[in-house]
Design a protein around this ligand. Structure first.
Ligand code: TYM
Length: 435
């Protein structure tokens, strides 16, 4: 790839003037509820500007040096998402590496807001990456299913729907391949109480209406449940919320931080959480952010579970994947084969090429495709075929594993039980005093 490690693949402006609602420039909006790259003065939909986002959020790009350190400390070549700048930004990943190096405990925390029966391929990005991190770090993982969030945020979703989606999504998540001994999956409606609820209340007491309004763009019409939810999502970032995993020695457990893999839309929740964690005598959560798998229509928005034609779902049949990509995937190629041969295609705007950067493992092959497409040696139809084949393969593997996930297996992942993990098998020695 031409892009540097830690640099998200540059995505260019799309010529979608006809799809833009007005000719007035609109700023990009990225919150957990809204992802839009904005619109320029001429009415063009813009791709998400990740540089700007990192600056505004006050996060840090993952530098080449940090990637090298990751490899040195863990002994693993960085995941293709890290090599290609898909996982591109972080908060205090270095501190998690310090702890891994010394054999000190930490855990992974991620989640899903169950809003539909099936997850789409975009949702699997953080889960695929989290599975890989769990294999690398050999550490415990908690996965939060925010069925309460979806109930409060949607006019259509009732509690029973949200709970049903949570179970179906948990089965999808299990099919990603998490190690059962190290993984606890929970639904908010089923799990919250006890130590978790205490931490929620500690957090809620510190979050002001003002700060929630500013962070999430809420106004007086949002319901109080939405205002309060930030405390719920934050409470999973504190190890004392999970006594069945970490024990009941509150002082000791409070010093165990977590690392949160997510796409960058979830960062606002954890900015709030990080702001107050130390005052609550907890460790701040560390984060590692990915960019969004773009919607089929292009990089100005992310795939949406409520817009069928924007997304490839993990339940889609091979023929449906083929049709969706052929029909809806935005092309950076020229209008005719002749023009494509003459001028080549724009891989930075081309959705099939962007999907290949997420799913094709082989760096050399990806680079060959990029060069051939940009030179016009590869035609639009050909790159679509390559993308279709790759996604069909990815979804088929997933569906085969998903078919093996029984209700008994689901119940085991979701049962409150001690987990088993080893952490770093060869930590460096540190003075007990310093530890
Ligand atoms: P949700 O269900 O919106 O998204 C689940 C996870 O998928 C990420 N994501 C994407 N990643 C790449 N490309 C996309 N197009 C895309 N769309 C969504 C999200 O960033 C998220 O990581 N409130 C949360 C649930 C949650 C959570 C967490 C998520 C609770 N605790 C901790 C991450 C970390 C939600 O509704 O996620």
């Amino acid at each position: 790839m031409a892009d540097e490690p830690g640099q998200p693949p540059a995505l260019t402006t799309l010529s979608l003037a006809d799809q833009a609602p007005s000719s007035q420039a609109v700023e990009q909006i990225i919150t957990p509820f809204d992802v839009s790259g904005g619109v320029d003065e001429s009415g063009k939909l813009l791709p998400v500007d990740y540089d700007k986002l990192v600056r505004e959020f006050g996060a840090h790009r993952i530098s080449k040096e940090l990637l090298e350190r990751f490899e040195r400390v863990t002994g693993h070549r960085p995941h293709r998402f890290m090599r290609r700048g898909i996982v591109f930004s972080h908060r205090e990943l270095n501190l998690i590496l310090d702890r891994y190096e010394k054999g000190q405990p930490f855990y992974l925390y991620t989640g899903r807001g169950p809003s539909s029966d099936s997850m789409h391929v975009g949702h699997t990005i953080p889960f695929e990456f989290t599975k890989w991190l769990q294999d690398v770090f050999q550490c415990p993982l908690v996965i939060m299913l925010t069925d309460d969030e979806k109930f409060m945020h949607s006019q259509k979703i009732e509690i029973d729907d949200a709970k049903r989606y949570a179970k179906a999504n948990a089965m999808d998540i299990i099919a990603v391949g998490f190690d059962m001994k190290k993984t606890f999956i929970f639904s908010d409606f089923d799990f919250i109480g006890g130590a978790f609820y205490e931490n929620m209340c500690r957090m809620a007491k510190r979050i002001t209406i003002n700060s929630v309004r500013g962070t999430f763009g809420f106004n007086d019409s949002n319901n109080v449940g939405e205002f309060h939810f930030c405390a719920t999502q934050s409470a999973s970032a504190f190890a004392t919320s999970f006594p069945h995993i970490f024990g009941t020695d509150k002082k000791k457990v409070a010093s165990i931080p977590c690392l949160i893999p997510c796409a960058i839309d979830q960062d606002p929740y954890f900015r709030q959480c990080r702001e107050h964690a130390e005052k609550m005598k907890f460790k701040k959560p560390a984060l590692i952010h990915s960019i969004f798998l773009p919607a089929l229509q292009g990089p100005g928005s992310k795939m949406s579970a409520s817009v069928d034609t924007s997304a490839i779902f993990m339940s889609d049949a091979a023929s449906r994947i083929k049709n969706k990509i052929n029909k809806y995937a935005f092309s950076g190629g020229q209008d005719t084969a002749e023009l494509q041969r003459q001028h080549g295609g724009n891989t930075k705007a081309d959705v099939p090429f962007q999907y290949l950067t997420f799913f094709l493992e082989d760096d050399d092959e990806l680079e060959r495709i990029r060069v051939a497409y940009e030179k016009g040696e590869m035609l639009t139809g050909e790159i679509k075929q390559r993308c279709i084949a790759e996604l069909q393969e990815y979804v088929k593997g997933f569906q085969e594993r998903r078919a093996q996930v029984t209700v008994e297996i689901l119940d085991e992942y979701m049962s409150q039980r001690p987990l088993e993990w080893t952490g770093n098998p060869n930590p460096i020695k540190v003075d007990k005093e310093k530890k």
